[in-house]
Design a protein around this ligand. Structure first.
Ligand code: FES
Ligand code: MG
Length: 586
């Protein structure tokens, strides 16, 4: 632990600036609490805990979070604190358009400013659906008060015709079957009621389960919390335990800066790789680290992916779901398997080390949490890289990097040269992709641009371009795809993502023309446009930025402030760990 263990007295708590002073402002603060029917004794002289709740009626993954907030409140009250529930922007991944990513920084700002502007001594962050985890954590890291993340938990497994079916992954699989007539419309409609059978986050290893596990491994959630199914009674007990623990963290002033280090982040990165987690973490982790001043970037991810095999047998890389992972021992058991690459001395929210937190955890099912010598993806001998959870590519098409998830890709396409088929927008692509006259073969390289942080805007999950119908009909299920967009963690396919810099700000992706040859070589970590430099220079002279229709509002701010994908797409003005003064109270 950095610094000695503190045990603060009530006068040292932040909320006392609001409630303790014997002046007209203190009077008004106490008066307004009592306006709600509270007695002075209920909140005076106690740690005040904010519960930042991302529940909403349009966030189905968070449908249970109002009830969980009640359990957290019980825990806080019984530990001698006073809990206050505060709504924070709810980013239901599927409903929010154009993409929740556009609003991750909005939530991060809201979390930070809620904490700053209100009389809170510590916070429990209640989220889990994809962007809510990094958004809440980024805000809490910047504000740096004692903070504990309470993950929403994965939804229950589902089965369809005897097969495990998982959110996202199987939507895509059945859509492809429906597209080529392998299932009829009645079945397609019946499937709407499947794969997402209960509140909770996606039950595949998508961005939600990737990020909640990373945050737990970093020490910001209680041990095992992220693996508990949302609808399990243990989940309610975990929420109660968060309420108990945060009060102790407030007394001990156990804020993130006292235990989050580069080692914590690298533990999170190792966890991501062992899970075969979502490529979205490659954007969220640099953004989170950027709030602390700790260096972390694409090269750290590529290096860790080479060290840590994919051991969690979960869709889309494997064939099980999060409920199976929980029964197999959950994250603590997986962390035991990769203990050799973790920094077990890293401190955590429990006041103990990561090693102490996972002591005694045992993998209970080797089919779900694989032994180190039996990774989930068995790569062919001529392409061992095919088993990796992530690879970072660079070259004249991606000077600042791009990412690919080899374990969800086709080995035959990981060393490939083919002609580009370029789309300038997602709408153009959707209009053309199923045209029988589309000039495309299984060797083509689909290229989508103007889908990056500025161009999207918000870097939508367009990077998993559909395989053209004429190829699907011939039995082709994968094709090389390139974009400056992201891809859902629940999806699969040979998709090069996050190409940086993006096309809308003049990255080389803007210069590609249909018919140009593109070369990928996963061993060399190369991504190249095989066009002479002089020709590219001439094209650059002719290039003009795409017109942007956003002349006002949040999107305008976003486009002005957002950083490129390899830096995490945070806002320039939000990055860094410079201190912001506490608000004056007068
Ligand atoms: Fe909410 Fe997947 S849509 S976690
Ligand atoms: Mg997702």
């Amino acid at each position: 632990m950095k610094g000695r263990r503190l045990r603060r007295n009530i006068d040292q708590l932040r909320s006392q600036r609001w409630f303790a002073s014997n002046d007209i402002r203190g009077f008004a603060h106490r008066q307004r609490m009592q306006q709600q029917g509270l007695a002075r004794e209920e909140f005076m002289g106690r740690p005040i805990v904010g519960i930042l709740n991302t529940w909403s009626d349009l966030s189905p993954c968070h449908a249970h979070l109002r009830e969980r907030a009640q359990a957290i409140k019980r825990g806080v009250l019984q530990a001698g604190g006073y809990p206050l529930e505060l709504p924070a922007m709810s980013l239901g991944e599927v409903m929010v358009k154009p993409t929740t990513m556009l609003y991750r920084n909005f939530l991060a700002m809201e979390a930070e400013e809620l904490i700053r502007s209100l009389p809170l001594d510590g916070v429990v962050l209640l989220g889990g659906c994809d962007k809510t985890t990094p958004g809440l954590v980024m805000g809490a890291l910047s504000m740096d008060v004692p903070a504990l993340f309470c993950p929403a938990g994965p939804m229950l497994n589902d089965r369809y015709q005897g097969q495990s079916v998982g959110a996202g992954t199987h939507t895509k699989k059945y859509w492809e079957k429906y597209t080529v007539g392998e299932i009829d419309q009645a079945e397609w409609i019946a499937l709407e009621a499947r794969m997402t059978r209960a509140p909770g986050t996606c039950n595949t290893m998508g961005t939600a389960s990737t990020m909640t596990a990373i945050v737990e491994a970093m020490g910001l959630a209680l041990p095992g919390a992220s693996s508990i199914p949302a609808m399990d009674a243990s989940h309610t007990r975990m929420a109660w335990a968060c309420g108990q623990r945060i009060v102790e963290m407030v007394w001990d002033d156990l804020k993130p800066s006292r235990f989050i280090t580069r080692a914590s982040f690298l533990n999170g990165v190792a966890t991501w790789m062992a899970l075969g987690g979502s490529t979205n973490a490659a954007v969220h982790l640099p953004a989170m680290a950027g709030r602390t001043g700790i260096p972390l970037g694409l090269d750290d991810f590529d290096a860790m992916a080479r060290r840590v095999p994919v051991l969690a047998n979960l869709f889309p890389a494997g064939d099980r779901l999060m409920e199976d992972f929980y029964y197999a021992g959950g994250l603590p058991a997986l962390l035991q398997r990769i203990a050799g690459v973790l920094d077990l001395d890293a401190q955590t929210c429990t006041g103990r080390t990561l090693g102490e937190n996972i002591a005694g955890a045992v993998p209970l099912d080797d089919a779900v949490i694989r032994p180190l010598d039996q990774p989930v993806v068995s790569a062919p001998a001529d392409c061992p890289e095919a088993g990796l959870a992530l690879a970072v590519l660079r070259g004249n098409l991606a000077p600042d990097g791009a990412v690919i998830k080899p374990s969800a890709a086709s080995p035959r396409l990981l060393r490939h040269t083919g002609p580009a088929l370029v789309f300038d927008s997602n709408a153009d692509m959707l209009a053309a992709i199923n045209d029988p006259a589309l000039d495309v073969t299984e060797d083509s390289v689909l290229v989508l641009r103007n889908g990056g942080p500025v161009g999207g805007p918000g870097m939508p999950e367009w990077g998993n371009l559909p395989v053209p119908k004429k190829l699907l009909q011939r039995g082709v299920r994968d094709i090389l795809r390139l974009s400056d967009s992201r891809m859902s963690g629940t999806h699969y396919g040979t998709c090069v993502l996050h190409i940086s810099p993006e096309s809308a700000v003049g990255g080389p992706l803007a210069l590609v023309r249909t018919g140009d040859l593109i070369r990928i070589d996963i061993r060399e970590r190369r991504l190249e446009l095989l066009v002479p430099d002089e020709e590219l220079a001439a094209r650059r002279r002719d290039w003009t930025p795409p017109p942007q229709p956003y002349v006002r509002g949040f999107t305008r701010i976003y486009q002005r402030e957002v950083t490129q994908a390899h830096l995490g797409c945070d806002f320039d003005v939000l990055a860094g760990n410079a201190a912001t003064p506490e608000p004056p109270i007068y």
